[in-house]
Design a protein around this ligand. Structure first.
Ligand code: SF4
Length: 530
């Protein structure tokens, strides 16, 4: 049985514009829509002056002819929008497919940055997926659907490859995206005609709702420069912690338990989870005789005692620079000092350090905390810091402590680690030149959050993103220079992913601003040495 894509068959002139653009409007979105019904649905959803709709006609021949014509007004970016046959059994009528690439079976056109558009459509409440789209010459049949699905295609249409081929050949280089709304999905024996009509209506409704999202995407399109901060991304302590878990999995087999997130990054954690690491909040979730890894942020002696009492096999991935702060806390407490720990309440590193000498240590987060602080012997006070603080804010708190307790002892060397210091200096350098700064990192990553704050204090808007799909394209409107960095726990691959996504919005020139280079390395604990 043949399943038809429920597209209206009305023959239309291929040179007709549905145009809402005043002549004076600045270049905006040009939508190429094969069928009049699709063009009308899109036009009803458009909201911005400057948007234009070109009704191209059904099939490759008409599409090619239409794409050769120029719209009456200048435009900044193009989106092909229409209905399609869904090729995956988990697609439903009305679902949107944003093409990662479009093929006609011979030539493939990659479309980077589809993920950005998918994320925007989802934020607008639509169901959207990124995937490969194939352009076929005739309406797809059941047997053909199965073959195309097996080849990894998500949707099939009859025009996009022809439109893109013509657009690319014109060489205007403007950003292009493809949004296809599924009108006919599934592999069953064929849909009743009422189902086809319902599917078509659902698809047209989704196209209308997707139109303002396409406009938002087009408004963010332009050529831009990405200024990469150097150094960025993994530090030596994070690399060591990840390697410890990887080696533990290799040498002892899964599962390997890890107390807390090994480092504060969702990508790293989910990657290790897939390889057999089990992340737990507390040791009572770890079975007897199992291997448990302590995270890079360190643990208090109480946790170590608990693990040893339970006979757990412990591998300690605490960063040596965190261990140094623990050792200082123990030493000052032993010598009878009150330790003022400058840090953030609730952070795992702070909890671990506080646990070294709980009766001698007091947490101070702000200069106001210092003003309220009273100690038994003002001559016997020392301060320590969390390793991932903002340098200038921590210096303010330390200055307030010094003013109040002039005899205060300082740590032997800086507690804010080299990686935190270097990344903050590097982000400051790019923030000075950028219109916007993107920081790759997770929300619970202290050093990543500090990079956002550092940029904002320098007067440059900044956003923390776990990955490219967290980018709201409205941030990029009018932005020509994007500063890009990554916190010490964010993988370098995320930076690459973000650059690739930005390149879907127009040509990207990547330039690096290196403020210093790093060569720090830490040895592995003996349990995982080969
Ligand atoms: S940020 Fe600093 S303290 Fe934290 S793991 Fe990296 S090097 Fe160690």
């Amino acid at each position: 049985m043949t399943e038809a894509i429920p597209q209206p068959r009305t023959e239309v002139a291929a040179d007709q514009f549905e145009d809402s653009a005043p002549a004076s409007a600045k270049p905006g979105l040009l939508v190429l829509a094969p069928l009049r019904l699709e063009a009308n649905a899109v036009r009803r959803g458009l909201t911005r002056p400057g948007s234009q709709v070109l009704h191209t006609g059904m099939g490759a021949t008409r599409a090619r002819k239409s794409a050769d014509k120029r719209p009456p007004h200048p435009f900044g970016a193009m989106v092909v929008m229409g209905t399609a046959a869904g090729l995956s059994d988990d697609l439903s009528p009305g679902d949107l497919v944003v093409a990662t690439e479009v093929s006609d079976g011979e030539t493939t056109v990659p479309l980077p940055g589809a993920g950005l558009l998918v994320a925007e459509l989802r934020r607008a409440g639509l169901t959207a997926r990124a995937g490969r789209v194939i352009t076929v010459q005739k309406l797809v049949k059941s047997s053909q659907r199965l073959r195309l699905a097996a080849d990894g295609y998500l949707a099939a249409d009859m025009e996009t490859a022809a439109l893109l081929g013509t657009i690319r050949n014109t060489g205007d280089g403007r950003p292009v995206a493809v949004i296809r709304a599924v009108s006919d999905a599934g592999f069953g024996p064929g849909l009743a005609s009422s189902g086809l009509i319902r599917g078509g209506i659902a698809a047209l409704r989704s196209l209308r709702r997707a139109a303002p999202v396409a406009e938002k995407w087009a408004a963010a399109c332009r050529e831009r420069t990405v200024l990469l901060a150097g150094p960025r991304s993994f530090c030596a302590g994070v690399e060591r912690a990840i390697e410890i878990v990887e080696r533990a999995l290799e040498m002892r087999g899964a599962p390997v338990y890890v107390r807390k997130q090994i480092v504060h990054n969702t990508r790293v954690v989910s990657d290790l989870e897939q390889r057999g690491a089990v992340f737990v909040d507390e040791l009572d979730e770890v079975p007897d005789n199992a291997t448990v890894v302590f995270s890079a942020h360190g643990v208090s002696p109480a946790v170590r005692d608990d693990a040893s009492g339970r006979g757990l096999s412990v591998i300690d991935a605490t960063c040596p620079l965190v261990s140094k702060v623990h050792a200082e806390a123990r030493r000052f407490a032993r010598e009878g000092y009150t330790v003022a720990l400058i840090g953030h309440a609730g952070h795992e590193e702070v909890e671990g350090t506080l646990g070294e000498a709980p009766s001698s240590t007091v947490l101070v987060q702000t200069a106001e905390d210092v003003a309220k602080l009273s100690v038994d012997d003002p001559a016997k006070i020392a301060y320590l810091m969390q390793t991932t603080l903002a340098i200038d804010e921590a210096a303010d708190v330390a200055g307030a402590l010094r003013d109040k307790f002039p005899q205060m002892r300082a740590p032997g060397s800086d507690d804010i680690c080299y990686a935190t210091t270097n990344r903050q200096a590097a982000v400051r350098a790019v923030a000075a030149e950028a219109d916007l700064v993107l920081v790759a990192g997770s929300a619970n990553s202290s050093n990543s959050v500090r990079l956002v704050e550092r940029s904002q204090r320098a007067g440059t808007p900044a956003h923390l993103i776990d990955g490219a799909t967290d980018i709201d394209v409205s941030w990029l409107e009018g932005v020509s220079v994007v500063g890009l960095t990554a916190g010490a726990s964010a993988p370098p691959a995320v930076v690459t992913e973000i650059i690739e996504a930005l390149s879907g919005l127009g040509t990207v020139t990547v330039t690096e601003r290196v403020t210093t280079t790093e060569s720090v390395q830490f040895g592995l604990p003996r349990e995982v040495r080969r």
